[in-house]
Write a protein of this length. Structure first.
Length: 315
């Protein structure tokens, strides 16, 4: 299996530069002095999450006649918004399949970019997307299972390496594994002494179990949907799992309460709004689950339902 390279990620950076924000690496003055911390707030991207990087890189790589037919995507929210946003920039149709239990804030945002949203029963995203591809002739842009998506997400790691070349620990949330695959590839190439840790909710820790076993494992949709981190309910593909095995030094799991606490810390101490998925990597730092050292944490997204945010911050 051919894996994404640092050259692929550098090329992706050139393609997405016009569209994706080069988010800063923010020092967290409130952090443990023995474990200096920097935060990469991908929540500040135009659509509120890192997914914009992979979406634009993938669309840019399509031949123009193919791209003109439009795109199909399936997602619980952030990839949906990213593909819709990128499609609007290119002036092409976007058909987005989203589960019925997706937070309304993400559905509304996807529609606001001009996409046609198709709601589906939980666990039927891929099936509905395949039907749309057949009906419309549009091209599928998967949320993580594609080299161009992985390379696009890896541009966040490229920026970390350039802003903090002596980084020692990098914490990345893991769902389908596209972000961790790309970031891990960039960090491994440019900061070879750094250690890379993937982070999952305990209630959706299929990648953690799979990497420990040496092969992918399957958790039911019902099991994975127990976590409030709705953006971390997918499972790695063969392609992303192969990347994770190569670039991740270890996995950390966090509880639902630890995720909520990380959201509160980001809001009150760093003035950042994070969705549960976006706060998961910081939760691993806060619980002291990784070695001491200069640490970079990726806050992957900030598209949280306002009611949920209010409840968590007031708890």
């Amino acid at each position: 299996m051919e894996l994404v390279t640092i050259d692929d990620i550098k090329a992706a950076a050139d393609r997405v530069r016009e569209f994706a924000v080069r988010t800063p690496l923010l020092p967290a003055g409130w952090a443990d002095p023995d474990r200096p911390l920097w935060i990469k707030p991908e929540s500040l991207q135009p659509i509120g999450a890192f997914k914009v990087r992979g979406a634009f890189n993938t669309l840019a790589r399509l031949d123009e006649p193919v791209r003109a037919r439009g795109v199909v995507a399936y997602s619980s929210g952030n990839h949906a918004q990213a593909v819709a946003y990128a499609a609007r920039a290119y002036g092409i149709p976007a058909y987005i399949v989203m589960p019925e239990d997706t937070p309304s804030v993400k559905i509304d945002a996807t529609r606001s970019y001009g996409a046609e949203v198709v709601l589906c029963p939980v666990g039927k995203r891929e099936e509905y997307a395949d039907d749309l591809v057949e009906k419309t002739g549009a091209v599928l842009v998967p949320p993580f299972d594609h080299p161009d998506v992985i390379a696009g997400q890896g541009t966040a790691g490229l920026e970390i390496a350039r802003d903090l070349p002596d980084v020692e620990i990098v914490l990345v949330p893991v769902s389908g594994g596209g972000l961790a695959s790309g970031v891990g590839t960039a960090i491994r190439a440019l900061c070879p002494d750094a250690r890379i840790y993937g982070v999952e909710p305990e209630l959706a820790a299929d990648a953690t179990e799979g990497l420990a076993a040496g092969h992918r494992v399957d958790w039911s949709v019902a099991d994975r949907n127990r976590t409030i981190a709705d953006g971390l309910r997918s499972q790695p593909s063969d392609l992303t799992f192969a990347h994770l095995r190569k670039v991740v030094d270890g996995m950390v799991t966090v509880t639902e309460d630890e995720i909520r606490e990380a959201m509160r810390v980001l809001a009150y101490k760093s003035h950042l709004v994070a969705e549960p998925s976006g706060a998961t990597a910081l939760a691993a730092y806060l619980k002291g689950a990784v070695p001491a050292g200069r640490t970079a944490v990726i806050v992957s997204g900030g598209n949280v339902n306002p009611q949920m945010l209010q409840e968590i911050l007031s708890a």
